[in-house]
Design a protein around this ligand. Sequence first.
Ligand code: AMP
Length: 225
Amino acid sequence: MGGAKARDAAQKPRIIFLGPPGAGKGTQAGRLAAERGLVRISTGDMLRQAIAEGTPLGKQAAPIMEKGQLVPDELLIAMIRERIAREDCRGGYILDGFPRTLPQVRGLEAMTGTEGFFVFDVEVPRDVLLRRLSGRRWCPKCQATYHVQTSPPTRAGVCDWCSTALVQREDDKEAVVRKRLAEYDERTEPLVAYYSDRPEFHRVNGDRPADVVLAELQQLLGDER
Ligand code: AMP
Protein backbone atom coordinates (compact mmCIF):
# COMPACT_ATOMS: atom_id res chain seq x y z
CA MET A 1 0.00 0.00 0.00
CA GLY A 2 2.72 2.44 1.08
CA GLY A 3 4.86 1.14 -1.78
CA ALA A 4 2.08 1.57 -4.31
CA LYS A 5 1.50 5.09 -3.09
CA ALA A 6 5.20 5.91 -3.26
CA ARG A 7 5.38 4.46 -6.78
CA ASP A 8 2.38 6.44 -7.88
CA ALA A 9 3.93 9.63 -6.55
CA ALA A 10 7.20 8.70 -8.25
CA GLN A 11 5.54 8.32 -11.63
CA LYS A 12 3.72 11.58 -11.28
CA PRO A 13 6.01 13.97 -9.47
CA ARG A 14 4.25 16.96 -8.03
CA ILE A 15 6.50 19.74 -6.92
CA ILE A 16 5.91 22.83 -4.82
CA PHE A 17 8.37 25.72 -4.88
CA LEU A 18 8.51 27.87 -1.77
CA GLY A 19 10.85 30.83 -1.37
CA PRO A 20 10.58 34.61 -1.56
CA PRO A 21 10.07 36.64 -4.73
CA GLY A 22 13.36 36.77 -6.64
CA ALA A 23 14.64 33.44 -5.30
CA GLY A 24 14.64 31.99 -8.83
CA LYS A 25 11.56 29.79 -8.44
CA GLY A 26 10.26 30.66 -11.90
CA THR A 27 13.59 29.98 -13.59
CA GLN A 28 14.09 26.67 -11.83
CA ALA A 29 10.48 25.58 -12.26
CA GLY A 30 10.66 26.35 -16.00
CA ARG A 31 13.88 24.42 -16.51
CA LEU A 32 12.78 21.43 -14.43
CA ALA A 33 9.48 21.34 -16.29
CA ALA A 34 11.29 21.28 -19.64
CA GLU A 35 13.80 18.64 -18.58
CA ARG A 36 11.30 16.37 -16.87
CA GLY A 37 8.32 16.83 -19.14
CA LEU A 38 6.18 18.28 -16.37
CA VAL A 39 3.63 21.07 -16.59
CA ARG A 40 4.71 24.30 -14.88
CA ILE A 41 1.86 26.13 -13.24
CA SER A 42 2.82 29.68 -12.37
CA THR A 43 -0.02 31.46 -10.62
CA GLY A 44 1.71 34.82 -11.18
CA ASP A 45 1.84 34.17 -14.95
CA MET A 46 -1.79 33.01 -14.96
CA LEU A 47 -2.88 36.18 -13.18
CA ARG A 48 -0.83 38.42 -15.49
CA GLN A 49 -2.40 36.61 -18.44
CA ALA A 50 -5.88 37.22 -17.00
CA ILE A 51 -5.01 40.91 -16.63
CA ALA A 52 -3.75 41.10 -20.23
CA GLU A 53 -6.97 39.49 -21.44
CA GLY A 54 -9.13 41.75 -19.28
CA THR A 55 -11.07 38.86 -17.71
CA PRO A 56 -13.14 39.42 -14.53
CA LEU A 57 -10.39 37.67 -12.53
CA GLY A 58 -7.78 39.93 -14.11
CA LYS A 59 -9.80 43.03 -13.27
CA GLN A 60 -10.08 41.94 -9.66
CA ALA A 61 -6.42 40.93 -9.36
CA ALA A 62 -4.74 43.89 -11.10
CA PRO A 63 -5.02 46.56 -8.37
CA ILE A 64 -4.03 44.05 -5.68
CA MET A 65 -0.94 42.87 -7.57
CA GLU A 66 0.13 46.42 -8.35
CA LYS A 67 0.33 47.07 -4.61
CA GLY A 68 2.39 43.93 -4.00
CA GLN A 69 -0.37 42.29 -1.98
CA LEU A 70 -1.66 38.74 -2.26
CA VAL A 71 -4.78 38.02 -4.30
CA PRO A 72 -7.59 36.46 -2.17
CA ASP A 73 -7.18 32.78 -1.35
CA GLU A 74 -10.52 31.67 -2.75
CA LEU A 75 -9.66 33.01 -6.21
CA LEU A 76 -6.29 31.24 -6.23
CA ILE A 77 -7.72 27.98 -4.92
CA ALA A 78 -10.43 27.97 -7.61
CA MET A 79 -7.83 28.75 -10.28
CA ILE A 80 -5.59 25.86 -9.19
CA ARG A 81 -8.50 23.45 -8.80
CA GLU A 82 -9.50 24.06 -12.40
CA ARG A 83 -5.92 23.91 -13.69
CA ILE A 84 -4.72 20.70 -12.06
CA ALA A 85 -7.89 18.87 -13.10
CA ARG A 86 -6.84 19.20 -16.75
CA GLU A 87 -5.53 16.21 -18.65
CA ASP A 88 -1.98 17.58 -19.06
CA CYS A 89 -1.46 17.52 -15.27
CA ARG A 90 -1.88 13.75 -15.07
CA GLY A 91 1.81 13.37 -15.88
CA GLY A 92 2.85 15.51 -12.92
CA TYR A 93 3.16 19.24 -12.39
CA ILE A 94 5.19 21.95 -10.77
CA LEU A 95 3.47 24.62 -8.70
CA ASP A 96 5.38 27.88 -8.96
CA GLY A 97 3.93 30.50 -6.63
CA PHE A 98 1.21 28.39 -5.01
CA PRO A 99 0.46 27.75 -2.18
CA ARG A 100 1.44 31.05 -0.60
CA THR A 101 -0.76 31.02 2.52
CA LEU A 102 -1.90 28.38 5.01
CA PRO A 103 -5.51 28.49 3.73
CA GLN A 104 -4.11 27.79 0.24
CA VAL A 105 -2.22 24.79 1.66
CA ARG A 106 -5.47 23.51 3.13
CA GLY A 107 -7.27 24.13 -0.17
CA LEU A 108 -4.61 22.21 -2.07
CA GLU A 109 -4.66 19.32 0.38
CA ALA A 110 -8.43 19.09 0.09
CA MET A 111 -7.92 18.54 -3.67
CA THR A 112 -4.89 16.27 -3.71
CA GLY A 113 -4.35 14.75 -0.27
CA THR A 114 -1.29 15.52 1.79
CA GLU A 115 1.30 13.15 0.35
CA GLY A 116 3.52 12.79 -2.66
CA PHE A 117 4.72 16.36 -3.02
CA PHE A 118 8.33 17.38 -3.27
CA VAL A 119 8.68 20.75 -1.58
CA PHE A 120 11.69 22.86 -2.51
CA ASP A 121 12.32 25.89 -0.35
CA VAL A 122 14.71 28.09 -2.34
CA GLU A 123 16.50 30.49 0.00
CA VAL A 124 18.41 33.63 -0.99
CA PRO A 125 19.69 36.47 1.27
CA ARG A 126 17.56 39.60 1.29
CA ASP A 127 20.12 41.95 -0.29
CA VAL A 128 20.58 39.54 -3.20
CA LEU A 129 16.81 39.34 -3.69
CA LEU A 130 16.54 43.12 -3.88
CA ARG A 131 19.32 43.28 -6.48
CA ARG A 132 17.76 40.52 -8.53
CA LEU A 133 14.27 41.97 -8.53
CA SER A 134 15.33 45.52 -9.37
CA GLY A 135 17.30 44.30 -12.42
CA ARG A 136 14.58 41.98 -13.65
CA ARG A 137 12.99 42.68 -17.02
CA TRP A 138 10.00 40.91 -18.44
CA CYS A 139 8.41 40.22 -21.81
CA PRO A 140 4.73 41.21 -21.62
CA LYS A 141 3.96 38.98 -24.61
CA CYS A 142 5.59 35.59 -23.88
CA GLN A 143 6.42 36.19 -20.19
CA ALA A 144 10.13 35.37 -20.58
CA THR A 145 12.25 36.85 -17.79
CA TYR A 146 15.69 38.46 -18.03
CA HIS A 147 18.10 40.32 -15.78
CA VAL A 148 19.97 43.37 -17.00
CA GLN A 149 23.24 42.11 -15.54
CA THR A 150 23.07 38.37 -15.01
CA SER A 151 20.92 37.15 -17.92
CA PRO A 152 20.48 39.96 -20.44
CA PRO A 153 18.71 39.38 -23.76
CA THR A 154 20.90 39.16 -26.87
CA ARG A 155 19.70 42.58 -28.02
CA ALA A 156 19.31 45.06 -25.16
CA GLY A 157 15.69 45.64 -24.18
CA VAL A 158 14.19 43.14 -26.64
CA CYS A 159 12.86 39.63 -26.00
CA ASP A 160 15.01 36.86 -27.55
CA TRP A 161 11.93 34.73 -28.25
CA CYS A 162 9.39 37.11 -29.71
CA SER A 163 11.22 40.46 -30.24
CA THR A 164 8.78 42.33 -27.99
CA ALA A 165 10.13 45.31 -26.02
CA LEU A 166 10.99 44.26 -22.46
CA VAL A 167 9.56 46.14 -19.48
CA GLN A 168 10.04 46.27 -15.75
CA ARG A 169 7.03 44.72 -14.02
CA GLU A 170 5.18 47.32 -11.93
CA ASP A 171 5.55 45.02 -8.96
CA ASP A 172 9.34 44.80 -9.42
CA LYS A 173 9.67 48.52 -8.57
CA GLU A 174 11.33 49.04 -5.24
CA ALA A 175 8.43 50.16 -3.03
CA VAL A 176 6.29 47.28 -4.27
CA VAL A 177 9.13 44.78 -3.90
CA ARG A 178 9.40 45.74 -0.22
CA LYS A 179 5.67 45.14 0.22
CA ARG A 180 5.91 41.75 -1.54
CA LEU A 181 8.75 40.70 0.74
CA ALA A 182 6.77 41.81 3.79
CA GLU A 183 3.79 39.75 2.55
CA TYR A 184 6.14 36.81 2.10
CA ASP A 185 7.49 37.11 5.64
CA GLU A 186 4.06 37.40 7.17
CA ARG A 187 2.00 34.94 5.13
CA THR A 188 4.21 32.56 3.14
CA GLU A 189 7.25 32.00 5.38
CA PRO A 190 5.04 30.08 7.91
CA LEU A 191 4.61 27.44 5.20
CA VAL A 192 8.29 26.56 5.54
CA ALA A 193 7.70 25.49 9.14
CA TYR A 194 4.55 23.67 8.09
CA TYR A 195 6.31 21.58 5.44
CA SER A 196 9.73 21.26 7.03
CA ASP A 197 9.14 18.00 8.87
CA ARG A 198 7.83 16.25 5.77
CA PRO A 199 10.27 13.72 4.26
CA GLU A 200 10.15 15.35 0.84
CA PHE A 201 10.91 18.86 2.06
CA HIS A 202 14.29 20.21 0.92
CA ARG A 203 15.91 23.54 1.67
CA VAL A 204 17.99 24.63 -1.31
CA ASN A 205 20.56 27.41 -1.43
CA GLY A 206 19.36 29.62 -4.28
CA ASP A 207 22.32 32.01 -4.06
CA ARG A 208 24.33 30.04 -6.61
CA PRO A 209 24.42 29.90 -10.39
CA ALA A 210 21.12 28.62 -11.83
CA ASP A 211 22.79 25.53 -13.35
CA VAL A 212 24.15 24.49 -9.96
CA VAL A 213 20.77 24.92 -8.28
CA LEU A 214 19.08 22.95 -11.06
CA ALA A 215 21.59 20.11 -10.73
CA GLU A 216 20.81 19.84 -7.03
CA LEU A 217 17.07 19.80 -7.68
CA GLN A 218 17.52 17.06 -10.27
CA GLN A 219 19.55 15.05 -7.80
CA LEU A 220 16.94 15.46 -5.08
CA LEU A 221 14.21 14.30 -7.44
CA GLY A 222 16.31 11.30 -8.37
CA ASP A 223 15.36 9.13 -11.32
CA GLU A 224 11.67 9.62 -10.82
CA ARG A 225 10.78 10.73 -14.31
P1 AMP B 1 4.78 36.04 -8.84
O1 AMP B 1 4.95 36.22 -10.31
O2 AMP B 1 4.71 34.59 -8.43
O3 AMP B 1 5.79 36.82 -8.03
O4 AMP B 1 3.34 36.65 -8.46
C1 AMP B 1 3.04 38.00 -8.72
C2 AMP B 1 1.84 38.43 -7.90
O5 AMP B 1 0.71 37.62 -8.21
C3 AMP B 1 2.01 38.30 -6.40
O6 AMP B 1 2.70 39.39 -5.83
C4 AMP B 1 0.55 38.26 -5.96
O7 AMP B 1 -0.05 39.53 -6.01
C5 AMP B 1 -0.09 37.42 -7.06
N1 AMP B 1 -0.06 35.98 -6.72
C6 AMP B 1 0.61 34.99 -7.39
N2 AMP B 1 0.42 33.81 -6.80
C7 AMP B 1 -0.38 34.03 -5.72
C8 AMP B 1 -0.90 33.21 -4.68
N3 AMP B 1 -0.65 31.90 -4.63
N4 AMP B 1 -1.69 33.81 -3.75
C9 AMP B 1 -1.98 35.12 -3.79
N5 AMP B 1 -1.49 35.96 -4.72
C10 AMP B 1 -0.70 35.43 -5.68
